[in-house]
Design a protein around this ligand. Structure first.
Ligand SMILES: *Cc1c(COP(=O)(O)O)cnc(C)c1O
Length: 360
């Protein structure tokens, strides 16, 4: 037996969500974003599952791309931050990685490189997020510098939205207009749209490539019931009750004694903590599902354990009862709200110690 802290990952749900993203974006092609170990789900397993349907994959950096190539993944892989040092260009060329270029130092490095095969560049425009990319007034110049060098095979235009998850914001439309206007009639494919923009169909006809991430894992960044319903949660995060007791009225539970019983209370200890990726900011009242019944967290989350309410099982021996934290029955976004964060951080935060179980 092992410590019962498990993330059950339903690969078929990820495929279903990917195909759904593709159907929303059609005729554009969809790059499955599997950076950060596929948002905690396991990049190699997810890439293998999608290998017969995915048009391409996206990761943050060469370390993540290398892991996929070493595992035999043959699709194009886009490096969303491009390269950091010039020596990465050899590998990028050799392994046919698509490479974001967002800064002049990268252009200079490409010009000075002697790559064997010319590389495919995704030139990034900063249309208002002000994180990466060339400002619109610098963009044509960046494009022209790359267009004429032998080290470059193709150029794709891309930008990233700051506020696509906020349907009341005008920014997505403003960014799109600025982007299309600046690209003008420069040749090349264009790419915009994270999950939020795919889900809200904020895509002009001219788009060839969308880049959904979080939605593939079944969490909608636009938290409406309809959006949530259209996606299948891929990860169920769970553990078991490993200890139980009845405490008297007036007694307290956990670090800093944050929860106090107002009557004799049955409580249980569960083998999960913040070192597994359960959020420490979740407090008393955060929902859990124990043996199929709704219950709640009591007191402070510790590194390896939490305590929960077992009052609904007064006469039962609860040792070994399964406790779900999010997944099939509890939306990860609901727990994120309880912990003052977003679904992304919870999924990405599943730690190495958690046993991953893959199911079709
Ligand atoms: C992470 C990322 C995405 C995917 O975003 P989601 O919100 O997870 O869909 C798309 N494009 C870029 C540039 C990214 O960094």
């Amino acid at each position: 037996m092992a410590r019962p802290a498990t993330a059950v990952i339903k690969l078929s749900a990820i495929k279903q969500n990917y195909l759904y993203a593709k159907s929303l974006a059609t005729p554009a092609k969809a790059i499955a974003t599997i950076k950060a170990n596929a948002y905690g789900h396991g990049a190699i397993q997810v890439a293998n599952e999608l290998s017969d349907v995915a048009d391409a994959f996206a990761v943050a950096c060469i370390e993540e791309a290398k892991e996929l190539r070493d595992a035999g993944i043959e699709q194009p892989i886009l490096l969303l931050e491009g390269f950091f040092t010039a020596d990465e260009l050899t590998y990028i060329s050799e392994y046919n990685l698509w490479c974001v270029v967002h800064s002049q130092y990268q252009i200079d490095a490409i010009k000075q490189s002697n790559v064997q095969k010319p590389i495919n560049v995704w030139l990034k425009m900063d249309t208002g997020m002000h994180r990466l990319g060339f400002l619109p007034k610098q963009y044509a110049n960046a494009w022209q510098q790359l267009e004429k060098v032998a080290q470059v095979n193709s150029l794709t235009h891309m930008t990233h939205f700051s506020s696509a998850d906020d349907l009341s914001s005008l920014r997505t439309q403003q960014q799109t207009e600025l982007f299309l206007e600046t690209v003008g009639d420069l040749p090349g494919d264009i790419s915009i749209a994270n999950s939020s923009a795919v889900l809200s169909k904020a895509m002009p006809d001219r788009v060839q490539w969308v880049r959904p991430g979080i939605m593939l894992y079944g969490s909608s960044p636009i938290d409406t019931p309809e959006m949530a319903k259209s996606l299948a949660p891929a990860m169920t995060f769970k553990a078991k009750v490993i200890s139980e007791r009845i405490i008297e009225a007036g007694e307290c539970v956990g670090y800093n004694a944050l929860w106090e019983a107002d009557k004799p209370s049955k409580i249980g200890t569960v083998s999960i903590g913040y070192a597994d990726g359960y959020p420490r900011h979740a407090g008393t009242g955060t929902p859990v599902l124990v043996n199929g019944q709704k219950s709640q967290l009591l007191g402070r989350v510790a590194m390896d354990m939490i305590m929960i309410d077992l009052s609904m099982f007064e006469d039962q021996d609860c040792i070994g009862y399964e406790v779900e934290f999010w997944g099939d029955n509890i939306p990860v976004n609901e727990i994120a709200q309880c912990a003052d964060t977003i679904g992304y951080t919870l999924l990405c935060g599943i730690s190495r110690r958690v046993n991953k179980q893959y199911v079709k």
